[in-house]
Write a protein that binds this ligand. Structure first.
Ligand SMILES: [Zn+2]
Length: 332
């Protein structure tokens, strides 16, 4: 399915003028749901004689939504400074009822200047039932000139009463080809790195962008080299590797993902070297693949998955990291 389909649907709704007052955009993270909501808000409020313009990233291709992208209103919306475009996102893991109450008070008044105010609630699944029920009243009796956009991965993550009051639009993962082309054309990423990031992104443009980020790219190279080197290192150096992972707690989730793709690639390399994801690091993948058996790579993949689970359950991260490092070094 093509990523542009939901955008064309939105353009069609706008052209017909039968605009619902609440939308639910579902799909994985980083495929442009929020960006599409902003584009729709621009299209409703743009000052210029409008023509089709690409959305502010991250949505590859033209949106089909009519806005100029350059007038005062379009620029303020893109910059996130327009007073009539209100965005709410989880703080920590929750959207609390206090935020929703504040919002309801705010939207009871007419917009400052917008023809259509937009309220974008990202990750709306994070509303607890209390917050969702408070919002429900606004969805039932919409305030004047206000459009709600809720985003979530799945509709089933939300109360059915909320879902039933929204026009549900599904966003599909973006194809690897399209992401690779987007990274090359709009972010100057070279062909191999773009292709590799696209393959590893699972269809998420935001994730692909993060993967092509220079510091992250450097970490990826370092991790791949470490994976091949760890088995020949003395234990204190293996624990030093664990310490380094441990020190950068914020990135550990991303690192685990990178370690996993390297290990998978080392397995794939044995049978179909042309199908690996890290195509910009074939030397490191080949080295790892040649020195490790399938069984050993399988154990290591299991260890990474176990570590991800331990992180989610907030188990002692130091212990878990050391255990993982020893497993990656074939010492367990
Ligand atoms: Zn404009």
């Amino acid at each position: 399915m093509d990523q542009e389909k939901p955008l064309r649907t939105l353009a069609g709704i706008l052209a017909r003028g039968d605009i619902p007052h609440a939308f639910l955009f579902t799909g994985i993270d980083g495929i442009g749901k929020r960006s599409a909501a902003m584009g729709f808000a621009m299209a409703c409020n743009c000052l210029a004689a409008v023509q089709e313009k690409p959305l502010p990233v991250p949505v590859p291709g033209d949106s089909g939504l009519p806005f100029c992208g350059t007038c005062r209103i379009c620029r303020a919306i893109a910059a996130g400074t327009h007073p009539d475009v209100i965005t709410i996102a989880p703080e920590g893991n929750a959207i609390k009822i206090g935020r929703i109450r504040e919002l309801i008070e705010k939207v009871a008044f007419r917009p400052h200047e917008a023809k259509m105010r937009a309220v974008i609630i990202s990750d709306a699944w994070a509303m607890n039932p209390e917050a969702a029920n408070a919002l429900l009243k606004s969805l039932e009796e919409p305030p004047p000139q206000t459009l709600f956009f809720l985003t979530a991965e799945h509709a089933s993550d939300l109360l059915p009463t909320v879902v039933s009051r929204c026009r549900h639009i599904r966003f599909a993962p973006v194809s690897a080809d399209r992401i690779a082309a987007f990274l090359q054309q709009h972010h100057g990423v070279d062909e191999k790195a773009a292709r590799s990031a696209a393959l590893m992104s699972g269809g998420s443009v935001a994730r692909a962008l993060a993967l092509t980020d220079v510091p992250l790219g450097a970490w990826r190279q370092w991790l791949a080299a470490e994976l091949a080197a760890l088995p020949s290192r003395p234990v204190p150096l293996v624990l030093a590797f664990a310490e380094k992972l441990q020190k950068n707690k914020d990135q550990i989730g991303q690192w685990l993902g990178m370690i996993q793709t390297c290990l998978y690639d080392a397995v794939v390399w044995k049978y179909q070297p042309g199908r690996i994801m890290n195509i910009d690091m074939t030397d490191a993948v080949a080295a790892l693949s040649e020195q490790e058996s399938i069984a050993s790579l399988g154990r290591k993949i299991d260890a990474v998955v176990a570590m991800e689970k331990a992180l989610n359950r907030n188990l002692n991260p130091r212990l878990a990291t050391e255990k993982l490092a020893l497993e990656l070094a074939n010492r367990l």
